[in-house]
Design a protein around this ligand. Structure first.
Ligand SMILES: [Zn+2]
Length: 401
């Protein structure tokens, strides 16, 4: 039903006198001003958001501006020629510019990136230089992303924003760590590897969550497949997930170390936390793809960490609830709540936790991990923690605190 489409016309992108017209189906036409710059023509992000919807929010006042649209989060930074989409960095032809009340971004974003990053919503027509917004179409057709239809412009839950923007949690993403060519941590003697153990636990968590709630539960992988770390967070962001739980098995040189711990994303404070983060972030070695990796890493260092900041408190609460449940498992030492800088959590725009269920490097833990009953017990604990957190969160929403 293209009659409902919205159309952004970009008649003279490279011409400083050009402008962009927003052509609505009802023949309502609006113009977007094109601001000429040295290396690029610019659009005002605030004007774009006014026309296309979504939510603008300063990540860092006067520096980083986030535009949240369709469950995705685009973050632009003054004087930086990159933006991030759900924590992933993309290069722009010229730096963004904060210019008085305007936040100018290269027009390239609307022409090249927006259709690529939100293909369900935007289509770029090269012949006519039109960016077509298919909002009307997706609203009139049954959507594959059912959850998003309830709050198409604001699917990102946040109890920390001050504008009363808070959402009930409908969708949960469970992330079995590693997979495919990345086995995770290994124990050859018993042919145990992390990727298999955590997939089993994760599937059990999904089953139990579905039994005990009406939540939509999504796995980042449901078989032995390789999934990029950044992709895992992206899956959660795209599905408007209200929380993200990554499930792992720990390993240490010291074989006496044992037990479970639950992590949220923050700077590690202890050697043990740092070691665990290094172990899990080593999964990145399986995804080196090109020469720009190093540069992207540098940019990511600057831009990516902010993703979780606003959910720090919620992530800590979520982790606490999960760990309290794990602590009730007999024969499993409670190593407590921890914090470290995990790559897999960095790009998630929601409360997120990483569970280290037990140590495969410890003889007793290893034996337990090998038992299906123990894995079921772990899944029950993680499920209970998630449900208790959601209950706590919804109560907080209801009381408006
Ligand atoms: Zn792991």
């Amino acid at each position: 039903m293209p009659a409902l489409a919205l159309c952004l016309v970009i008649p003279a992108l490279l011409d400083a006198s050009g402008f962009i017209i927003l052509d609505r189906p009802a023949k309502e036409i609006k113009e977007l001003s094109l601001h000429p710059g040295e290396k690029s023509n610019y659009l005002d992000l605030k004007e774009i958001a006014d026309l296309l919807g979504g939510r603008l929010e300063w990540e860092s006042p006067g520096e980083r501006l986030a535009w949240r649209l369709e469950g995705r989060s685009f973050v632009f930074e003054d004087l930086i020629a990159f933006f991030t989409a759900d924590g992933r960095a993309y290069q722009l032809v010229a730096p963004c510019l904060l210019d008085g009340p305007r936040f100018l971004i290269p027009a390239q974003f609307a022409v090249e990136y927006l259709p690529g990053l939100l293909p369900r919503r935007f289509v770029y027509n090269k012949l006519d230089n039109h960016l077509v917004d298919r909002t009307g179409i997706t609203q009139s057709e049954p959507s594959a992303r059912g959850e998003q239809r309830e709050a198409p412009l604001r699917p990102v839950p946040s109890s920390t924003s001050k504008d009363g923007m808070s959402y009930r949690i409908h969708t949960v993403v469970i992330d079995p760590g590693h997979g495919g060519r990345d086995p995770g941590t290994l124990r050859r003697r018993h042919k145990l590897n992390e990727k298999g153990i955590v997939l089993d636990i994760s599937k059990k968590v999904v089953r139990k969550l579905k039994q005990k709630s009406r939540l939509k539960v999504i796995l980042t992988r449901d078989k032995d497949s390789f999934v990029l770390l950044a992709k895992r967070g992206q899956i959660a962001n795209e599905n408007g997930a209200g929380l993200f739980v990554s499930i792992h098995v720990n390993s240490a040189k010291r074989s006496s170390l044992n037990g479970s711990s639950t992590y949220f994303l923050d700077a590690a404070k202890t050697d043990e936390e740092r070691a665990t983060a290094m172990l899990e972030n080593a999964a990145l070695q399986y995804e080196i793809e090109g020469t720009d990796k190093k540069r992207l890493d540098e940019v990511n260092l600057i831009l990516q960490d902010m993703a979780q900041n606003e959910y720090l408190r919620e992530s800590k609460d979520l982790s606490t609830f999960i760990q309290l449940e794990l602590a009730t498992i007999k024969g499993l030492k409670d190593r407590g709540l921890r914090q470290a800088n995990f790559a897999v959590l960095r790009g998630t725009y929601m409360p997120a936790a990483l569970v280290e269920t037990a140590y495969i490097s410890n003889a007793s833990d290893e034996k337990q991990l090998n038992s299906a009953r123990f894995r079921t017990r772990l899944a029950e604990a993680i499920t209970a923690g998630i449900l208790k957190y959601i209950d706590h969160y919804h109560r907080k929403l209801a009381s408006g605190s």
